[in-house]
Design a protein around this ligand. Structure first.
Ligand code: ADP
Ligand code: MG
Length: 406
C-alpha cells in the first residue's frame, strides 16, 4: 500500500467517507545555519522524503476533528535522560474553531489546531474540517515533525477554503501557530523548509528577505546522486530534558549581545567585524554566542557559494567546523551527537554536524556513496561500546516541499 492509499484508507475507516483531498508536507534537515533564524540570518535546509500527510474534508459547521495514525509510543520520545515531548495518545480531538485560543489545546492536537487559529486570527474566513494524519517523520528527532504537521494543515486549508496564500505566507502562519498557540518560540526555519523547498535543491534562506521576489532566498542545486555522494541522517533518538529552557536562554543571550552592540540582530555583524564586536562584549557567554552566530552565517554563505560552483565535496569541512562551533561556542551539542559526529568523520565522512536545535536529535554526515554503510556501522559500533541504544541511520535526498497529493 502506498503512503497515499494508507492515509485515504485511514481517513475512510475513521470518519466513514472518502476525504476531499490529501496534502503532504515534508520534514527537513538543515545542511548548515543553526540558530541563525532568530538572529535574522541565513540557513540552508533541504526537505526530506519523510513527510506528514493529511487527508481532509471541509466542514461548514465549525467543528474541527483531528486524528493521527501514529501511536503514542511513536510520537513520544524514549531513551534515558530524555523527556516525553507531549503527545497524549491518539484519541480524536474534537474542537470548535470559534473557541480556539492560544495555549488551550494541549498535546499534539495543538499543532494542527494552532494553524486553524492562526488563519482565523489573520482574518481568513475558515471553518472546520475532518483531518486524519499519517506521518513518517521521526518525532522529536530534530527533523521537524511538528512543522510537517502544521504545514500539511496550512496547505490543506489553503485549498479547502480557497485562500490563495503563497507557500511563504503559509509557512509564516504555521510558525505563528507554533509560537503563539502551542507556545514554542521557534524561528521560521522549519516551516519555511517544509513549505518552500524543491526537489534536488537546498533552500538558501535570508530571514530578512524570505519572499522569492526579494531575490535573496532561492533554490541552490544539490544533486547528491550525480556527484556520487550520500547525505546520511543518523538519529540518536535522544532528547535531553533541558532543551526548551536552554533554547530560550541562547535566544535571550543573542538578543542581549545585539543590544550591547547596537544592532537590530547579530546578523548585522559581518565576519570581518567579528573581532571588533567581540572586544566590545563582556568576556564569557555573550562572546561565545556571538562568535557562533556570526561565523555560522558566514559558513552558510560559503557553503552556498561552493554548491553554486558545483563543489559538493568542498562543503564537508565547513559542516564539521559548524559542529565544533555548536559544541564549543553555542554549547548545544551533547555526548551522543558529539560521538556520532567524531566517529563519522574518523570513519571517512567528508563532513558531519548535528542538525536541528540541539541537545540530541540527529546528525548529518556527507559521505561518498561507497562509504555510507561503513560510516553508519562505525557510529553504531561506537554507540554500542558506550552501551547506548543503536542510532537509526538513513540516507536522504533533497525532496519537494509541501503540496497537494490527491
Ligand atoms: P520535532 O523536532 O520532531 O519537530 P517537536 O518537539 O518540535 O519535535 O515536535 C514533536 C511533537 O509534534 C510531538 O510530540 C507531537 O506532539 C507532534 N507530532 C509530530 N508528528 C506527529 C504525528 N504523526 N502524530 C501526532 N503528533 C505528532
Ligand atoms: Mg519541531
Amino acid at each position: 500500500m502506498t503512503n497515499l492509499d494508507a492515509v485515504i484508507k485511514g481517513f475512510a475507516a475513521h470518519y466513514g467517507s472518502d476525504p476531499q483531498g490529501v496534502w503532504q508536507a515534508p520534514g527537513r534537515v538543515n545542511v548548515i545555519g543553526e540558530h541563525t533564524d532568530y538572529n535574522d540570518g541565513f540557513m540552508l535546509p533541504i526537505a526530506i522524503p519523510q513527510a506528514a500527510r493529511v487527508a481532509a474534508t471541509r466542514r461548514d459547521d465549525g467543528v474541527l476533528r483531528l486524528h493521527s495514525a501514529q501511536s503514542p509510543q511513536n510520537t513520544g520520545t524514549q531513551n534515558t535522560g530524555t523527556q516525553n515531548t507531549g503527545t497524549q495518545g491518539t484519541e480524536t480531538a474534537e474542537l470548535r474553531v470559534t473557541e480556539l485560543s492560544p495555549r488551550t489545546v494541549g498535546g499534539w492536537a495543538g499543532y494542527p489546531a494552532g494553524v486553524v487559529w492562526a488563519l482565523l486570527d489573520a482574518g481568513h474566513q475558515v471553518g472546520g474540517a475532518d483531518l486524519f494524519f499519517d506521518s513518517d517523520v521521526p518525532v522529536g528527532g530534530g527533523l521537524s515533525s511538528s512543522a510537517a504537521l502544521e504545514c500539511a494543515v496550512a496547505f490543506a486549508y489553503n485549498d479547502l477554503y480557497r485562500l490563495g496564500l503563497t507557500p511563504t505566507e503559509l509557512a509564516l502562519l504555521a510558525q505563528r501557530a507554533e509560537n503563539v498557540f502551542v507556545g514554542v518560540p521557534c524561528g521560521i526555519l522549519d516551516q519555511l523548509a517544509s513549505s518552500c523547498c524543491a526537489e534536488g535543491a537546498a533552500l538558501f534562506v535570508d530571514v530578512r528577505a524570505i519572499d522569492p521576489p526579494q531575490g535573496r532566498t532561492r533554490q541552490v542545486p544539490l544533486d547528491l546522486a550525480t556527484a556520487g555522494l550520500v547525505l546520511l541522517v543518523i538519529d540518536t533518538e535522544v532528547k535531553h530534558a533541558h532543551a526548551d529552557g536552554a533554547y530560550a536562554r541562547r535566544r535571550e543571550g543573542c538578543e542581549q549581545a545585539a543590544a550591547l552592540l547596537g544592532v537590530p540582530a547579530l546578523r548585522d555583524i559581518g565576519r570581518e567585524d567579528l573581532d571588533a564586536a567581540l572586544a566590545r562584549l563582556p568576556e564569557g557567554e555573550l562572546r561565545a554566542l556571538t562568535r557562533h552566530i556570526v561565523t555560522e552565517d558566514d559558513r552558510v554563505e560559503r557553503v552556498t557559494a561552493l554548491l553554486d560552483a558545483g563543489d559538493l565535496r568542498g562543503i564537508g569541512p565547513l559542516l564539521t567546523e559548524g559542529h565544533a562551533s555548536m559544541r564549543d561556542d553555542f554549547v548545544i551539542s551533547c555526548a551522543e551527537t558529539d560521538l556520532a559526529v567524531a566517529t563519522a568523520v574518523e570513519a571517512g565522512a567528508l563532513g558531519a554536524r548535528m542538525t536541528g536545535g540541539g541537545f540530541g536529535g540527529s546528525i548529518i554526515a556527507l559521505v561518498e556513496r561507497e562509504d555510507a554503510d561503513r560510516v553508519a556501522d562505525a557510529v553504531a559500533a561506537a554507540f554500542a561500546a558506550q552501551g547506548w541504544k543503536p542510532p537509526r541511520a538513513f540516507a536522504v535526498t533533497p525532496a519537494a516541499g509541501a503540496a497537494r497529493l490527491a
